[in-house]
Design a protein around this ligand. Structure first.
Ligand code: MRU
Length: 353
């Protein structure tokens, strides 16, 4: 992606440091954050300096490689590395990509730290390549002048590059389809209002931010032709965990006969989770609901309380959309039904390739 006339990926590694776009400051400030140790990278995942399934997958893979390099001369390096793996896996529980990447890099690192690094790089490159492919396949579903609703941010910031839900939209625009995007603000962290809107603006895509409770009304008015969202984990039966609020959109879309697509790489599919009920759902700090952050009129970054002092908040970061609400899943290997058989076939083909 290009920012300030320079080509960036969301996350990358140089030497033993992991670098990433500091997403907590966007869209107000564009800064690069450096993580010198695996622990720094863990902290960046936890506090959402980096976020989005593919991006945290790549970062977690790099963190695992950093641990192998950091502990290469430790007396009990096997133990230190196992503990580091645990730390990385404890950062965020829901996105499958994180566990997928850590597992791959861990096994590669048992051969050598250099091998761990090669594997981590490979995962990041694959993430970008898969997203590009999802864009190509997904754009075929988008009609001319389509009005598309998206939730959260599944754009390039959520992956190493390109994105998933937004990649088809970027390509459709380049194909001259004149798309328009309704962007759910996506409380409490506002990934829609802050990140998706920023990405779309930078790409010259007409869009408008809508409050989280506006989708039903817009669908009832016939203003939305299709919904495309990302995914954090997809169960073997096609149930999809994604940012909280996705489930409401899916139910409403079904009521109004609006196609509801999920765009995600196969690294998000967890065949060990039989159904969505088995997907661990992250609960984050109540402060994310009770406070909001942004800039004041002097351009200072501030946090303000937007809720009654004395009340607590429940902050579930994800929900699970049952497969029956999903029209199709756009993966890098093809567009499939959200159905046990289709997922099984796709994953078997992936293994055999
Ligand atoms: O909590 P976040 O911002 O890491 O949320 C994850 C997501 O990016 C969304 O749920 C997204 O729609 C999934 S696709 C990366």
């Amino acid at each position: 992606m290009i920012v300030n006339n320079q080509l960036y990926q969301t996350v990358w590694i140089e030497g033993t440091s992991v670098f990433m776009i500091q997403q907590n400051l966007l869209p107000f400030k564009f800064e690069i954050h450096e993580c010198k140790t695996y622990w720094d990278t863990c902290m960046a995942i936890t506090d959402m300096t980096i976020r989005g399934a593919g991006a945290i997958g790549a970062a977690a893979g790099y963190a695992m490689a950093q641990a192998f390099l950091q502990f290469r001369d430790d007396n009990d390096k096997a133990l230190s590395i196992r503990e580091a793996r645990q730390d990385i896996e404890n950062t965020r529980p829901t996105a499958r990509n994180l566990f997928y990447a850590v597992d791959r890099v861990y096994h590669a690192g048992l051969i050598s730290p250099e091998n761990a690094m090669v594997e981590a790089q490979k995962i990041a490159q694959q993430d970008a390549r898969n997203s590009k492919k999802i864009g190509e396949l997904g754009s075929s579903l988008i009609k001319k002048k389509a009005n598309i609703l998206t939730h959260c941010n599944a754009g390039w910031l959520a992956f190493v590059d390109y994105g998933t839900a937004l990649a088809p939209i970027y390509l459709a625009k380049r194909e001259g389809k004149e798309v328009f995007v309704y962007v759910d603000e996506t409380r409490p962290r506002n990934q829609g209002a802050k990140l998706t809107a920023w990405e779309l603006f930078n790409n010259g895509i007409p869009h408008v931010i809508i409050p989280d409770n506006a989708a039903a009304s817009l669908m009832a008015q016939g203003k939305i032709d299709m919904v495309i969202v990302g995914a954090d984990r997809i169960a073997a039966n096609g149930d999809v965990a994604n940012k909280i609020g996705t489930l409401d959109r899916a139910i409403i879309a079904k009521e109004f006969n609006i196609p509801f697509y999920v765009a995600a790489p196969t690294s998000t599919i967890d065949v060990n989770c039989g159904t969505g009920k088995e997907i661990p759902i992250e609960e984050r700090k109540p402060e994310e609901v009770l406070f909001q952050s942004g800039i004041d009129s002097n351009n200072n970054y501030v946090q303000i309380r937007v809720s009654s002092p004395g009340s607590q908040a429940l902050n579930l970061a994800f929900d699970v959309t049952p497969s029956k609400y999903i029209t199709g899943i756009i993966t890098e290997k093809g567009i499939i039904k959200a159905h046990h058989q289709s997922i099984k076939k796709l994953m078997e083909e992936s293994v055999n390739q």
